[in-house]
Ligand binder design. Structure first.
Ligand SMILES: NC(=O)c1ccc[n+]([C@@H]2O[C@H](COP(=O)([O-])OP(=O)(O)OC[C@H]3O[C@@H](n4cnc5c(N)ncnc54)[C@H](OP(=O)(O)O)[C@@H]3O)[C@@H](O)[C@H]2O)c1
Length: 187
């Protein structure tokens, strides 16, 4: 069965965007970007909240000419190759290939995708992923914590839920970011 993975880049105090909606402080350097590319390369399907999709769809048409950084070109290729499901009650059309819209996060439908997908599945942003964590659908967390406190904003992880986690790996990057890899224990 495929695993559902949530892998946000967050501030050390746990936010994916600050109170102004900014997240440039989370931009990965080359070492973190190479790590993210390796993490996401095997993912066959991305489940996106509408807001995260609107951020990521940039990569559908991003310049991948030879003058662009190799890691960006690699990421664009990884992103374009994957299937995407966008969760939204408002979005009318999508502007990327291999992409469809769902109007509700139906746990049974997600379980069916996990049963039938040949490769692992990723979920983001935080609002959508929080619902999936609360529904017990998320199998693994890869938290990439940037070395910054931003004091407030949108939380990477949902409040008001209790889930035990098993730490299976951790790592550090030269820029001070850390990676924490947890398995979500079944309820
Ligand atoms: N830290 C980083 O490295 C990083 C990187 C990229 C982006 N970001 C930030 O992260 C943000 C995205 O995360 P987010 O948590 O704000 O939003 P999100 O989860 O990506 O999207 C929220 C939207 O998804 C739809 N949705 C949520 N639950 C749904 C459900 N059960 N059924 C149907 N549709 C559902 C709704 O869209 P509708 O309103 O259309 O119904 C909702 O407004 C971006 O906007 C950006 O600011 C951070």
């Amino acid at each position: 069965m495929a695993k559902l993975i949530y892998a946000p880049i967050a501030s050390l105090d746990g936010y994916i965007e600050d109170e102004q909606g900014r997240f440039e402080w989370a931009a990965p350097d080359d070492e973190v970007m190479a790590f993210v590319n390796d993490l996401v390369r095997p993912i066959g399907i991305h489940l996106y909240g509408r807001r995260m999709y609107e951020t990521m769809v940039y990569w559908e048409t991003a310049d991948t000419g030879g003058d662009q950084p190799a890691l960006n070109r690699e990421w664009a290729g990884i992103w374009r190759a994957a299937e995407k499901i966008v969760y939204s009650r408002t979005l009318q059309t999508v502007s990327s290939a291999r992409t469809r819209i769902e109007r509700d996060l139906d746990p049974d439908a997600i379980r069916r995708i996990k049963e039938t997908s040949a490769s692992d599945i990723a979920i983001g942003g935080a609002e959508l992923a929080g619902q999936a964590i609360a529904a017990g659908l998320v199998d693994e967390l890869h938290l990439l914590l940037a070395p910054i406190l931003i004091g407030g904003g949108k939380r990477a992880l949902p409040g008001n839920i209790r889930t035990e986690l098993e730490l299976v790996d951790e790592g550090r990057f030269r820029n001070g970011a850390v990676h924490l890899h947890y398995l979500c224990k079944p309820a």
